[in-house]
Design a protein around this ligand. Structure first.
Ligand code: ADP
Ligand code: MG
Length: 393
């Protein structure tokens, strides 16, 4: 059947009116979205899979010292981060792949600043080339500097004074005890019954010297970047010398279930010890009238895990989202500063790890530290990210 040809319809006056209205709605919508985009004080970019900038807000233009139009079509790492290559830990490809929002803190994204990059997938088209991500950049340079200061000040507040003052005080009398014990051992006949008592004294004095040494090591300020290969079991056992007496006094049983074949991790020993000490101290403070703390280490996929599980008072569900906030404490001013867990959080973040907690009021608490196995750190360095959402409740 032949199709009838029809003359094109002449636009009616009412159709033109409707079209005009529609155009106005679209223009108003465009203006509103553009001004909203520009009203955001932090840089925001819309980027394609090849890192090319498709849209940029005013803050992004200002921060990169370019006109907005100059940003379009350029590679984000060149124009915004002022780099020749893709930024380390850039979340773009992972966001595209997983199509889930991702938050990453990138140290020195630009030479002058650290940024938290919040990466959101845009409703994708059908082809990968049509996928886009929104990157929202939050400058965290000052925040991080403050955190670093807090790490040091909490450490000093917690045991710095003790280490500096008491350790030196104890060192001298300890030296005397050791010297006189050895003198007596030499003076008394070898088969004397007192010899075994003396070697007990010598052993105890040497253990005390080790505690003092640990205290001094602990209070030494740690340099950024002095990471080494570490065995978490050994590291944890070192802090036990600091807590053993307190555990006994509080009638707390410490059960260790340490995996002998634990792979090594790359980390700063004193910083990680501080994390463990904070967790054990919190566990001890949560227990009243005796209880138990179980410490486990094991391997879980790419992670080396250390768990501290206590039978203490537990954490109320409304407090759970706040326990990692600096200065959040449910303890009296003489006991808690509220800095312990926030410092743990930032230290674990520095190690590209995760800290997780599970707890219910009245049933104790379980804290899990997950650190990447050393082999993992080197082989997947490019992919490793500092995730902000690494607290699981
Ligand atoms: N093992 C635990 N059991 C119960 N509550 C805990 C435990 N660990 C931490 N908390 C809660 O988290 C809060 C914050 O801990 P933290 O940052 O170490 O500060 P502080 O110990 O100085 O209060 C504590 O005040 C306490 O309410
Ligand atoms: Mg604490």
């Amino acid at each position: 059947m032949k199709k009838k040809l029809r003359a094109p319809l002449k636009p009616k006056q009412e159709n033109i009116g409707k079209l005009k209205e529609l155009l106005e709605v679209v223009s108003r919508g465009k203006y509103l979205w553009e001004s909203t985009f520009d009203a955001i004080q932090d840089p925001v970019l819309i980027i394609g899979p090849n890192y090319r900038v498709e849209r940029a807000n005013m803050a992004a233009a200002e921060r990169s010292n370019h006109d907005v139009r100059e940003l379009i079509g350029k590679k984000c790492y060149q124009i915004f981060a002022q780099r020749d290559d893709v930024c380390p830990f850039c979340p773009l490809q992972r966001t595209l792949q997983e199509r889930e929002p991702l938050s990453v803190v990138i140290d020195q994204l630009r030479t002058d600043a650290d940024f938290e990059v919040n990466s959101y997938p845009l409703v994708p088209g059908t082809k990968r080339t049509e996928y886009r991500v929104v990157h929202h950049y939050r400058d965290v340079t000052e925040e991080k500097m403050l955190q670093r200061k807090l790490v040091q000040s909490e450490k000093m507040a917690a045991i710095g004074m003790l280490a500096g003052g008491v350790a030196h005080e104890i060192n001298n009398p300890l030296g005397g005890i050791l010297a006189f014990t050895q003198l007596l051992q030499r003076e008394l006949p070898k088969d004397s019954a007192a010899q075994s008592d003396l070697s007990e004294i010598e052993g105890a004095a040497r253990r005390c010297k080790k505690i003092v040494q640990d205290l001094l090591t602990f209070s030494r300020p740690t340099q950024e970047g002095d990471k080494e290969l570490l065995n978490l079991n050994e590291l944890f056992e070192k802090i036990l010398t600091l807590t053993r007496l307190d555990l006994r006094a509080a009638q707390i049983i410490l059960q260790l279930e340490l995996d002998e074949t634990l792979p090594v991790v790359r980390g700063a020993a004193t910083r990680l010890q501080q994390v463990f000490l904070n967790l054990v101290t919190n566990a001890m403070q949560a227990i009243s009238g005796g209880g138990k703390i179980t410490v486990k280490t094991f391997c879980e996929g790419p992670w080396v895990v250390l768990e501290v599980h206590d039978t203490g008072c537990g954490i109320r569900s409304e407090n759970l989202p706040r326990i990692f906030d600096p200065f959040f404490t449910t303890k009296g001013p003489q006991i808690g500063t509220g800095l312990g867990l926030s410092i743990c959080y930032s230290i674990i973040l520095e190690h590209q790890g995760k800290i997780e907690v599970q707890s219910q009021e009245g049933t104790g608490a379980l804290f899990r530290i997950l650190l990447p196995r050393a082999a993992e750190v080197t082989s997947t360095m490019e992919k490793t990210v500092y995730e902000k959402e690494n607290i699981n409740y």
